[in-house]
Design a protein around this ligand. Sequence first.
Ligand code: HEM
Length: 362
Amino acid sequence: MSTMVQKTAQTPPQQIHTRRVGEWLYERLGLQGLAYAVPEHANSLPYLLGGITFAGFLILFVTGIYLAQFYHPEPADAHQSVIYIITGVPLGDLVRSVHFWTAQIVTVTVLLHMLRVLFTGAYKRPREINWYAGLGLLAVTLGFVFTGSVLKFDQEGVEALQHNKEAAEVIGNLGAWFSPELSRSVPLLTWLFNGHITILPLLFGLLIAVHIFLIKQHGISPKVTPDAVSHSTAGEGGSRFDIHLRRMAGYGLFVLSLALTLSLLFPAPLGQPGVAGAEVTKPWWMFVWLFPAEVAWGVRALVIVPVVLGVLLALVPLLDRSPYLSPARRKPLLVAAGLILVTIIISGVVATLQPVSAHLGG
Ligand code: HEM
């Protein structure tokens, strides 16, 4: 008792005040409810990749809202409005660059997160539905990247838009949703901007709500050991969720610092205003691996290859139904997945070395 009195007497009044505000908020917000048990391994980096991706999305939403105040989604004004963001808007260049770099970091972390889930068998019963919610989130992430890359409306953006139009024709009636025919009053660029700032964020919100709800219901998948089997871990474990959340926030700050550093060293580029009909650029690295397939089979490859990969990913929980988590007990699936991954990486390297060639209108 006397030590407590001594301690309080030694603590500066400002700190006591801050602690009291903290305690007040803790109780009013019911934050003690976040201190539920989670397994220790949930705090390791591979099991934090989803949380890091989520933190990256928060940075994207904040920077994106700022950029949307100055961007003009009209084909005649779009490129000029990006120049204005870079040269005239307070901190515009920095905010745009942080948005640009965070988008790439998030693409890397979401893919690593999916590979972790695949490698540790975390999609097995009872987590199959969460695998599908995750696939939806992956599609939304790539949708954000694609629509975002069109918006700057430089040569790269204009070519991406042209590929969008031709790919929409390949899909036939279904593609009308992505084609200029959808609306005669709104240009496709404006429509893609609407998708980028309304439809995709809404889908993201719905899917992430399902994703997080299911993680809470089932707990994180058990630690992988030679004989571990998939089961619910809700309410089990030697660590606490509030500790997990703090780790997540720490990594989130790291992502922000990394994006800021990259932005200061390499600000987001902007090419010359796009010329319709010309094909002189290659897609961004997220899509460049599709380039050799496009050279070989034309624009239809841009629809067929992603659909085939999507179907294969959707089949994973249906094909691998044993309860075992150990990679050694799931060799055929992991070897097949590894071969596909290596093919994608080789395609990316070939695409980077290949000369630019025209495929549109063919
Ligand atoms: C925007 C994209 C995504 C976000 C923000 C996200 C977020 C999260 C978070 C926070 C977790 C908790 C554990 C962890 O961090 O590893 C998690 C788990 C999970 N995610 Fe994702 N995720 C995304 C995409 C995906 C994708 C693409 C897949 C797979 C196709 C996926 C499938 C799963 C599954 C099955 C779990 C449960 C894992 C376990 O219990 O070990 N998620 N996700």
